[in-house]
Write a protein of this length. Structure first.
Ligand SMILES: NC(=O)c1ccc[n+]([C@@H]2O[C@H](COP(=O)([O-])OP(=O)(O)OC[C@H]3O[C@@H](n4cnc5c(N)ncnc54)[C@H](OP(=O)(O)O)[C@@H]3O)[C@@H](O)[C@H]2O)c1
Length: 323
């Protein structure tokens, strides 16, 4: 293997304009890590504004990590293993969520703690698999780990048509819940097709008039939508937000729980998700696949467009040097 690789890197903190496709040292796997030959990566809106993208902490106090590589969802093939890794082998097809405080996967190779990788769903190609980890793990951790959603319970998903929402509707339905979701009128059929029994047009209808006493609200919108959700959760129920911490006084007044969390890399969660995918119960929604040489343009487009599903970077190995 060459000691260098092609990667998309930024040498200074900033927006998409900082990224260049260039030669970079190929990383070496440390103890407990896998070196993954990247086949595909996917990008997340807002990622470039986070301290973790540029430093080694989430709170702005960390050490500068530039030059940094973006795109923290990966699907690829294990190329080498650091010492102590016994549960993966070279040639394994894997996917996973890379911590945002490390280099991402817009590169020919990336090192990842081996216990954060799981076997890629057999029924997906790498481009499709790279669209899964962040959104699906967020939903899995919200519904299974935090809300303990049970078969037959009623869940209201605020924002069912977005990147996370499309996974939320499918996973809640696969877990046997009765799913109501809010979305724009144009997305009603789309969200119904994902498994929602009822879709509420959030611009023209008030969800408070249409649903009552739900067991779980999953809030993917925040702000006023989160605030209004207390009116529809049953006493003893739970509002889980992935956008902002819910108001604990309002939770107590309703006799319900309110919780915010940030998704974490999670091999057992990914394995459960792979099973749902291979059983035909969950499909990623991919808006488009672009060559990773066009990473900068892909981030620029995310700032103005609103894709339905993920934007995936396809990583071709051995490409020519670009400017
Ligand atoms: N805590 C975590 O670990 C974590 C993990 C992943 C994501 N997030 C956060 O979760 C949020 C959602 O992410 P995403 O990637 O799914 O975003 P997204 O793809 O932009 O989707 C947002 C969706 O919400 C809809 N929406 C907007 N206002 C709404 C309202 N008032 N009621 C119902 N639906 C509404 C939008 O519909 P229209 O386009 O039709 O308006 C869109 O379909 C973001 O804030 C993201 O940062 C947090």
């Amino acid at each position: 293997m060459n000691a260098t690789m092609h990667a998309v890197r930024a040498h200074e903190r900033g927006g998409p304009e900082r990224y260049a496709y260039e030669s970079a040292p190929r990383p070496e796997p440390a103890a407990g890590e896998a070196l993954v030959a990247v086949c595909a990566a996917s990008i997340t809106a807002g990622e470039l504004d986070w301290d973790a993208t540029w430093t080694d902490s989430f709170d702005g106090t960390g050490r500068d990590r530039t030059p940094t590589v973006p795109s923290h969802e990966v699907s690829g093939i294990v190329a080498a293993l650091g010492s102590g890794v016994t549960d993966l082998g070279t040639g394994d097809e894997v996917y996973g969520l890379i911590p945002f405080t490390r280099d991402g996967a817009a590169a020919e190779y990336v090192t990842v703690p081996a216990d954060m990788l799981a076997t890629k769903p057999a029924t997906l190609n790498h481009d499709q698999a790279a669209a899964v980890p962040l959104a699906a793990l967020t939903v899995w951790q919200a519904l299974v780990d935090h809300a303990a959603l049970q078969r037959g319970q009623h869940i209201l998903i605020q924002g069912g048509a977005g990147g996370v929402g499309t996974f939320a509707v499918q996973i809640a339905a696969a877990l046997g819940a009765r799913v109501t979701a809010t979305a724009s009128a144009r997305d009603k059929d789309f969200v119904t097709g994902l498994g929602a029994q009822r879709v509420i047009d959030y611009r023209n209808e008030h969800f408070e008039d249409l649903v009552h006493d739900v067991d779980v609200v999953l809030d993917l919108v925040g702000g006023e939508t989160l605030d209004r959700s207390w009116a529809v959760v049953r006493p003893g129920g739970i509002v889980v937000s992935i956008v902002q911490p819910p108001d604990q006084e309002k939770a107590a007044a309703r006799g319900a729980r309110g919780l915010f969390f940030i998704v974490e890399p999670d091999r057992p969660g990914l394995m459960a998700i792979s099973e749902l995918i291979d059983a035909g119960k969950l499909k990623p929604v991919v808006d488009r696949v672009v060559p990773f040489t066009e990473t900068r343009a892909a981030y620029e487009a995310l700032a103005t467009e609103h894709p339905r599903g993920k934007v995936v970077l396809h990583v071709e190995h051995g490409g020519e040097e670009a400017g």
